[in-house]
Unconditional design. Structure first.
Length: 192
């Protein structure tokens, strides 16, 4: 089961978080062209910065350019955009447009996870499970998988029974408390 989860995660961030529509906006209006998106991003529009990063990742407006992807993701991520933080973490984990750096990946996965991004929560759990960018920690992995599962990430529940089997009853009780505390903090931060 662990290999299944890891294989799914290596496939990329699809299904792990929100991504803007490419064939029409949420209000029914067409999405902006590449030039319009770039202009909005250059004016500091955070969702446009995220979308421009996605456009560069897909090769829209030219060829794929991962240095530009990271440039625009970083701008939006530093301004608190949870989905962009998740995608920037993935870029650092995979070494797309930057040197591979799991410590930096964990930093961005954690920022997105703490804002309620289920993909960030899942990937943070995986980092703890595998000891990538953080010390291996089954309890912390279990906590983040449980939070991601509660937030609807369909991949999180697969690893939880195996992790739970490695924990003592006291550790499971501590995990339950940590899950409740973190969930309260996440809910409070997303309500603001």
């Amino acid at each position: 089961m662990r290999l299944t989860l890891i294989a799914l995660l290596l496939a990329g961030p699809a299904g792990c978080g929100s991504e803007p529509a490419t064939d029409g906006g949420s209000d029914g209006e067409p999405t902006l062209s590449f030039e319009e998106t770039r202009n909005a991003a250059e004016q500091g529009d955070v969702p446009a910065q995220f979308t421009l990063g996605l456009m560069y990742a897909r090769g829209e407006g030219g060829t794929k350019d991962y240095a530009e992807v990271v440039k625009w993701y970083r701008k939006a991520a530093e301004r608190g955009h949870a989905s962009t933080q998740f995608y920037l973490g993935h870029a650092f984990h995979m070494g797309w447009g930057v040197s591979e750096d799991d410590v930096e990946a964990v930093k961005w996965f954690r920022k997105s996870a703490e804002q309620g991004h289920a993909g960030g929560q899942l990937h943070l759990g995986v980092r703890y499970d595998l000891g990538e960018g953080v010390p291996e920690d089954d309890l912390e992995a279990y906590v983040w998988f449980a939070i991601a599962d509660a937030n609807g990430n369909i991949f999180a529940e697969d690893r939880m029974p195996e992790l739970a089997a490695t924990l003592t009853p006291d550790q499971l009780a501590a995990a339950g408390k940590r899950i409740a505390d973190l969930t309260g903090q996440i809910n409070a931060s997303t309500a603001e």
